[in-house]
Design a protein around this ligand. Structure first.
Ligand code: 4G0
Length: 454
């Protein structure tokens, strides 16, 4: 990822980003950045970049010309128009979700304004996103840009050494982090909570969750309200756990947003995917109005599928069986050489699994692909789709019927169990081999099918 910052104070950006973790990441070449001095592009003899506002008023405005020429110099070699972000108190509020979204880009351009502002016409030409880092006014956009770059950069693989997926934990399931303690056991008369010294990991997890809940109630009632709503929905869905596990786990893992929630009329959203449960046909029609035209839908109700086809013109679908692993203890993994895959295995995976390069890149970067190896040579893999289901299982022809597929799936199941998740998968109708594997591993198949619809 390369960050381009257009500013009147380039040394501020260079000093800010050249230090600490981001400085090291830039030295390693994982990220790069440039601070472009808008003043270098002015055609004014005296180097002036500002002028008086038409119509009068206090202060000065940065003229369109030097801003536009700086932008042209940055983007001259680009294949497509980059996301260009103008930092202003009037923008949409920056959050973790926006950071994750922007972290997918190859190039990002930032424009730093000042209290004097910039000629509207050049903003109209180049800016794609008006963003604010919060409801307060600063003297310039440089600090907000550095805040954004820091939040975005730490999501890029290789910037932090620990795995990224664990790193967004703070906002992961709408709860704040629990308190932590290190040595000494007693400091200024304050003792480390007894339970943390007990070695009982079940008790420790329970205590930490309870602490998170209390802390969130106290300090962030807005987040707590979201958490409570999701817990209530999970409880309602759990009356038919096998049928609804995809919705329960989406909420449980902190991935889904609630679009609609009343009784058993529930719509969840994850990126471009909508999961829908309706009380009856009448409410299904209402709920489907909330789904945008281009979106993908998952449902376990045939009348929802029929409505989507007849009244909403969605004709593409894939019928699956949903299988759930309800056990809480780890499975035995017979085949030992299983490792997490990184982006260097992209080519191998694309060779053996039909999917878009973009999607497989995302899965590899998210650290949710695992491979089986024979003497350092990869011979098969499995992965977790972004909405949470297991899939993408492949084992090379000459290594089949040896239990390697079962080992890969058991391995992935164990990882999820140890994270407190309930593993599940979707078996495409007619895939008897996969069905047999799920039964062998003790997964329970729901008595209703599940449709992916587009
Ligand atoms: C443009 C962003 C830029 C317009 C920038 C100020 C706070 C933020 C600036 C203004 C900034 C933020 C209209 C005051 C520079 N201050 N919250 N200052 N106006 O992200």
């Amino acid at each position: 990822m390369k960050f381009h910052v257009m500013t009147l104070f380039p040394e501020m950006i260079e000093n800010g980003l050249g230090t600490s973790i981001l400085g090291r990441a830039a030295e390693k070449g994982v990220i790069s950045y440039e601070a472009v001095n808008i003043r270098d592009y002015t055609l004014d003899k005296h180097g002036k970049v500002d002028d008086y506002p038409y119509g009068g008023g206090a202060g000065m405005l940065i003229r369109a010309q030097p801003v536009y020429d700086a932008y042209q110099a940055i983007t001259a070699s680009f294949e497509q128009k980059p996301r260009t972000i103008y930092l202003t108190p009037q923008g949409r509020t920056f959050d973790q979700k926006m950071a994750a979204e922007l972290a997918k880009e190859k190039e990002l351009v930032f424009v730093c304004g000042h209290y004097e502002g910039i000629d509207e016409r050049v903003l109209e030409k180049i800016v794609t996103d008006y963003v604010s880092i919060g409801d307060y006014v600063l003297t310039g956009g440089e600090l907000p840009v550095m805040v954004m770059i820091d939040a975005i950069a730490r999501l890029i693989p290789g910037v932090l050494h620990n795995d990224v997926s664990a790193e967004t934990e703070t906002f992961h399931n709408d709860l704040l982090e629990y308190p932590q303690y290190t040595r000494p056991e007693e400091w200024q008369g304050k003792k480390v909570p007894e339970v943390l010294l007990s070695g009982n990991s079940k008790k420790i997890n329970e205590w930490r969750l309870e602490q998170s809940i209390e802390k969130t109630k106290l300090h962030r009632p807005d987040l707590y309200a979201k958490y409570e709503q999701k817990q209530e929905i999970i409880k309602r869905l759990s009356k038919k756990k096998r049928q609804n596990i995809h919705m329960m786990e989406l909420l449980h893992r902190g991935l889904g947003e609630v679009v609609y929630d009343k009784g058993m009329d529930i719509v969840l959203k994850f990126e471009n995917l909508y999961m829908l449960h309706a009380e009856d046909v009448v409410s299904a029609r209402e709920l489907l109005m909330k789904v945008p035209t281009g979106a993908m839908v998952i449902t376990t109700q045939e009348f929802v599928r029929d409505l989507l086809e007849k009244e909403f013109g969605k004709t593409g679908f894939c019928k699956c069986s949903q299988a759930v692993c309800t056990r809480k203890e780890a499975l035995t993994v017979r085949y030992k050489d299983i490792r997490q895959l990184d982006i260097t295995y992209l080519e191998y995976i694309l060779e053996h699994y039909t999917s878009s390069e973009e999607h497989m890149k995302e899965c590899l970067n998210a650290g949710v692909m695992y491979g089986a190896f024979d003497e350092d040579r990869i011979i098969g893999f499995i992965g977790m789709h972004s909405e949470g289901s297991m899939g993408m299982l492949f084992v090379e022809e000459e290594y089949r019927k040896k239990g390697i597929g079962a080992s890969l799936e058991s391995y992935l199941i164990n990882l999820q169990i140890s994270n407190g998740f309930t593993p599940y998968c979707h078996i495409i109708e007619g895939n008897e081999k996969s069905m047999a594997l799920q039964e062998k591993l003790g997964l329970y198949v729901a008595d209703t099918p599940l449709w992916w619809i587009w």
